[in-house]
Design a protein around this ligand. Structure first.
Ligand SMILES: [Zn+2]
Ligand SMILES: [Zn+2]
Length: 332
């Protein structure tokens, strides 16, 4: 017998499939011309030690067909909801993507809304939020100087306000897009970030191209952590390029859900602007290609921690979440 959840999921899948295939029939995108040049890459910069801490703040069930065309619309798969902390040798901590808010578990009806709560797609355990996991490994959330999110969807911006003393690095287009999102693509929960007082608004259109990307923002001013324009998934999606002594790492946010998104330019079912998404996937692809002979790039997609788990490098630490055992009421 089909459970009401499965029936609802299937109904949703069918609607999504139709909505996707209709415009998709006329979809003949060409491989864009992206100059084989790493703009600004040779500019002198002091090599520094960086340490990237990777965490998983929960899981989301999603139909593979929504993540990449050709994927199944029948069986949902479970993807991680990561969050990252960059430790700079002298300039403190930078958070990139904060993962879920504990409200996903504590008050799903109010936080996610009745439909998302009823679908029961999002899971996070007690103790699994980014600030809690940071404390557990000896990183103090109060020491975070900067918070950037790849975009303001709730699975990336959920814990922004736990870093109230930090400066939020926010692309202008992202905040405008979040407030103006249409209802069916509104996965922006303003209460996640609207109380953060210290902000730096980034206007990528007014910045210079950097590497293979259209715009950039150098967080510490020393070229070691550079936010790059990857808009398309949302109006102001950004990525983060880390360039420390250990090599180059690119965090893509949802500009690439998984490795297939950027490596094979596997198009998702939805994007705020699919043409822009397509361009950015090729820019990531080109960036990786141009650095192939110089040590390569570790690409960390928005919902795929395989590259992190498999990497064996001194500048990266993956902290596997260990669930806190439930306290039994009759323990004595
Ligand atoms: Zn997203
Ligand atoms: Zn996401």
């Amino acid at each position: 017998m089909t459970s009401p959840f499965c029936a609802l999921l299937r109904l949703l899948s069918c609607c999504l499939l139709i909505a996707t295939l209709l415009p998709g029939c006329a979809d003949q995108r060409r491989v864009p011309r992206i100059e084989p040049v790493l703009w600004g890459w040779e500019q002198a910069h002091e090599p520094v030690d960086l340490l990237l801490h990777a965490f998983n703040t929960g899981t989301m069930r999603i139909l593979p067909g929504a993540m990449a065309r050709g994927g199944s619309w029948q069986e949902a798969s479970e993807i991680p909801v990561p969050a990252f902390v960059v430790e700079h040798e002298s300039k403190g901590l930078l958070v990139f993507d904060t993962g879920y808010s504990p409200a996903v578990r504590d008050s799903p009806e109010q936080y996610l809304g009745p439909l998302l709560a009823a679908l029961d797609l999002c899971d996070t355990e007690p103790g699994q939020s980014l600030p809690e996991q940071m404390l557990a490994v000896g990183l103090d959330p109060a020491d975070v100087g900067y918070v950037a999110v790849s975009h303001l969807h709730f699975d990336h911006a959920g814990s922004v306000e736990a870093f109230a003393g930090a400066t939020l690095l926010l692309p202008r287009r992202e905040e405008e897009g979040a407030w103006g999102a249409r209802w069916f693509e509104d996965f922006f929960f303003e209460e996640d970030w609207d109380d953060i007082e210290r902000r730096t608004v980034i206007d990528y259109a007014a910045t210079e191209p950097w590497a293979t990307f259209d715009g950039h923002y150098d967080v510490f001013g020393d070229g070691s952590a550079v936010l790059v324009d990857l808009h398309g998934h949302t109006a102001g999606t950004q990525g983060l390029v880390l360039r420390g002594r250990g090599g180059v790492i690119l965090l893509t946010g949802d500009a690439a859900y998984t490795e297939a998104s950027w490596r094979y330019v596997a198009q998702p079912a939805f994007a705020q602007d699919m043409d822009d998404w397509w361009q950015q996937a090729w820019r990531i692809n080109r960036f990786v290609g141009l650095l192939e002979d110089e040590g390569g790039v570790l690409v960390v997609p928005g919902h795929d921690l395989r590259s992190v788990r498999e990497a064996d490098r001194a500048d990266l630490r993956y902290h596997e979440f260990v669930a806190v055992p439930a306290v039994q009421a009759d323990a004595d």
